[in-house]
Design a protein around this ligand. Structure first.
Ligand code: CO
Length: 137
């Protein structure tokens, strides 16, 4: 079987202070933010730093009761999820379900920068929250 994961799209890191985290990545790694976006439906503000064909996605909550807000409250700052790029998010999601994977999103939904995304539940994936990302650009 050939994997439908084509690339690591992004590694998402939850932080309390987005501007401080951006400044740290700039100062320490010479990194540059290539995209910033607030995704109100998820209650997050994000900054993307490009690393080769992938991104580091710095995330901070826009409200304390958002999923990332609750995550920070419970677990503190750190690795939040890994996003894998796929050609077809709907097909990838169906394949995960057919293979017994537990999903959070029953259908793909809009993510940031015009992507379609769906999350796979960490309880059934060895503790890692996984995001399937279809980037039409
Ligand atoms: Co993500």
């Amino acid at each position: 079987m050939t994997s439908f994961l084509t690339e690591i799209d992004h590694v998402a890191i939850a932080v309390n202070d987005l501007d401080a985290a951006i400044a740290w990545y700039e100062d320490v790694f010479g990194a540059t933010v290539v995209h910033r976006e607030v995704v109100e439906s998820d209650g997050v503000s994000e900054a993307l730093i490009k690393v080769a064909d992938s991104y580091i996605q710095l995330l901070t909550p826009t409200r304390p009761d958002s999923p990332v807000g609750k995550y920070l409250e419970k677990k503190g700052e750190g690795l939040h999820h890994v996003g894998y790029r796929v050609d077809d998010c709907a097909a990838a999601l169906e394949s995960v379900k057919a293979s017994g994977g537990r999903v959070i999103d029953e259908a793909p939904r809009p993510g940031s920068r015009g992507t379609m995304v769906a999350f796979v539940h960490p309880k059934a994936s060895f503790g890692t929250l996984i995001e399937l990302v279809e980037d039409p650009s």
